[in-house]
Design a protein around this ligand. Structure first.
Ligand code: UDP
Ligand code: MG
Length: 136
C-alpha cells in the first residue's frame, strides 16, 4: 500500500550558497517527487527558532537557528507516494559521514550542521512544517 503524501523539504544555506538548488531540485524530480510549491526566502533567527522549536533543549539549538537564518534557503512542498519516508531515504543520515552513497547528504553535505537539506520526519510534522512556510 502506498499513500500520496506531501512533505516539507528545505535546501539549506550551505547548498544555496554553493548554487546547488537546481541540481538538488532535479534530484527530487528524478526520484519521483513533484515540486508542488517552492520559494526562496531568508528567514530571521526568530523564525528559525520557531521552526526548530522541537530541538529547543538540544545543545546544538542556538547554532542550528543561527545557521538556518544565515542565508537564503529554498523551501518546497514535495509530493509523491510515501513522500515523507522516501524523502528521508533520499536525504540520507543526518551526518553526511554516515550517509549512504547516492544520498543527498552524502553527495552535497559538508558536515553534520551544514548537511544541505531538511525533510519532515512524520505525517504530523510534515503538516506542521508545510503550514509554517506555506499557509496563506
Ligand atoms: N544537528 C546538528 N548537530 C547535531 C545534530 C543535529 O547541528 O548533533 C543539526 C543538523 O543540521 C540536523 C538538524 O540539526 O539536520 C536537525 O536535527 P535532527 O536530529 O532533526 O536531524 P534531521 O532530521 O535533519 O536528520
Ligand atoms: Mg529532524
Amino acid at each position: 500500500m502506498s499513500d500520496i503524501e506531501q512533505t516539507l523539504s528545505i535546501i539549506k544555506p550551505d547548498a544555496v550558497e554553493r548554487n546547488l538548488q537546481d541540481q538538488i531540485k532535479n534530484e527530487f524530480k528524478n526520484n519521483g517527487f513533484e515540486i508542488i510549491k517552492e520559494k526562496k526566502i531568508h528567514i530571521s533567527k526568530e523564525e528559525a527558532e520557531k521552526f526548530y522549536k522541537v530541538h529547543v533543549s538540544k545543545p546544538f539549538y542556538n547554532d542550528l537557528c543561527n545557521y538556518l537564518s544565515s542565508g537564503p534557503i529554498v523551501v518546497m512542498n514535495l509530493q509523491r507516494d510515501n513522500a515523507i519516508l522516501e524523502n528521508r531515504k533520499l536525504m540520507g543520515a543526518t551526518n553526511p559521514k554516515d550517509a549512504e552513497e547516492g544520498t543527498l547528504r552524502k553527495k552535497y553535505g559538508l558536515s553534520i550542521d551544514k548537511n544541505s537539506v531538511h525533510g519532515s520526519d512524520s505525517v504530523e510534522n510534515a503538516k506542521i512544517e508545510l503550514d509554517f512556510f506555506f499557509k496563506d
